[in-house]
Ligand binder design. Structure first.
Ligand SMILES: N[C@@H](CCC(=O)N[C@@H](CS)C(=O)NCC(=O)O)C(=O)O
Length: 210
């Protein structure tokens, strides 16, 4: 069975799913979503692909699974890879995935979008507010990584794969230099990049045209 992942290269949320598929050695193919020309806002996308109007969407076994955290959890359960070893670890993994979705990914992704992908200048006050939220979330993750190699249990799990969604994009896209400002995040990022079958986002997924 080949998994089909609705995605586009610039989407770090989609990259979380693509990276998991790849690290697990699963057969999958990308389905390019024309995000910058409004594909996720079209009625057909909402009715046929995802009523929430987002990527990633994973097609598998006649189902369409959405929300990267759900996709990661589903694949960990199916493969027995990158999941928790017990209920306590599962709870901790979910805790970090929720932190990632609410604070770590979401502010960074919004900031990066306005910084380099929106195609028009952004309100400086909005950018200053978002940058403060980004840096606060990165400080929390960096502090954890000063004393832990990974999010949970001393080994890579889907929590790390979720948190890794946006950390491999070129620094120019966000203007936030992770290597310079967050050394523990930088070292963790290198540990993720050293995993067998790792590939960065633009190598795994086709880019959406601007
Ligand atoms: N919490 C969601 C976030 C997904 C998300 O924000 N996807 C963006 C691309 S990175 C999207 O498709 N946005 C479409 C839109 O807002 O119109 C997840 O983790 O899957």
């Amino acid at each position: 069975m080949t998994y089909r992942l609705h995605c586009f290269g610039q989407s770090g949320n989609a990259y979380k799913a693509a990276l998991m598929l790849e690290l697990c050695g699963l057969p999958w193919e990308p389905v390019l979503v024309d995000f910058f020309n409004g594909a996720t806002r079209e009625a057909a996308f909402r009715s046929d692909t995802n009523a929430m109007g987002e990527v990633p969407v994973l097609e598998t076994g006649g189902r369409r699974i959405t929300q990267s955290g759900v996709i990661l959890t589903h694949l960990a359960r199916e493969t027995g890879l990158f999941g928790g070893r017990d209920q306590v670890e599962d709870d901790e993994i979910l805790r970090w995935i929720l932190f990632d979705n609410h604070k770590f990914t979401s502010y960074f992704a919004t900031y990066r979008f306005l910084h380099s992908l929106a195609g028009k200048p952004s309100d400086p006050a909005v950018m200053a507010f978002l940058k403060g939220r980004v840096l606060a979330a990165y400080r929390i993750w960096d502090a954890h990584l000063k004393h832990h190699d990974f999010a949970v249990g001393g080994r890579p799990t889907i929590a790390d794969i979720s948190l890794a969604g946006y950390v491999f994009y070129p620094v120019e896209e966000s203007g936030i230099d992770i290597a310079a400002e967050f050394p523990a995040v930088d070292a963790w990022r290198a540990r993720i990049a050293a995993l067998p079958r790792f590939q960065p986002p633009y190598d795994l997924m086709p880019s959406a045209p601007a």
